[in-house]
Design a protein around this ligand. Structure first.
Ligand SMILES: [Zn+2]
Length: 162
């Protein structure tokens, strides 16, 4: 998978979510994950769910064929162990798959970040920065370049169609 490109064709890495965002995102608590992360998740939730379900399936199989035959748990624990193990494997797949999922959706996530007025590469606030001759705003932190009209489109660009 090739790296995403900024508006001058240079490759960049998407800004990584913070630990706090990842935690609330794993639980799907939109209020606490932050608005940008919530918008971002709306673009990736299908793939994220697919990755987690694949992990859950792998967990069920591992328990069935690899671990289960060697453990005998008392009472209800015996029937709970497999689903609990599957959920843990599903969460592990989700956690380590998140980078892959976000790269697959890089152009959508770039849009979300720029709509929020932030650099897609480092999350730096891009408001009030000068626009260069080619129409790009250059991030002072990471030097990624973004077309000025893509940043915070709540303010309509001057040449917008009526
Ligand atoms: Zn940046």
């Amino acid at each position: 998978m090739s790296a995403p490109l900024d508006d001058r064709g240079n490759s960049f890495e998407l800004a990584a979510p913070t630990g706090r965002q990842v935690f609330w995102r794993s639980l799907g608590v939109q209020k606490l994950m932050g608005e940008v992360t919530a918008q971002e998740q709306s673009k990736t939730v299908g793939l994220e769910t697919g990755v987690a379900l694949a992990g859950g399936g792998v967990g069920l199989l591992i328990w069935n064929y690899v671990i289960g035959p060697y453990v005998a748990l008392p009472g209800i624990w015996d029937s709970l162990a497999q689903p609990v193990f599957a959920v843990i494997v599903a969460m592990t797949f989700w956690y380590f798959g998140l980078g892959y999922v976000r790269r697959r959706r890089a152009s959508d996530l770039t849009e979300v970040a720029l709509n929020a007025g932030r650099c897609a590469s480092c999350a730096y606030e891009l408001a009030d920065l000068p626009t260069e001759d080619d129409g790009c705003v250059v991030c002072p932190e990471c030097h990624a370049a973004w077309k000025a009209e893509r940043i915070s489109p709540e303010e309509p660009p001057p040449d917008a169609e009526p």
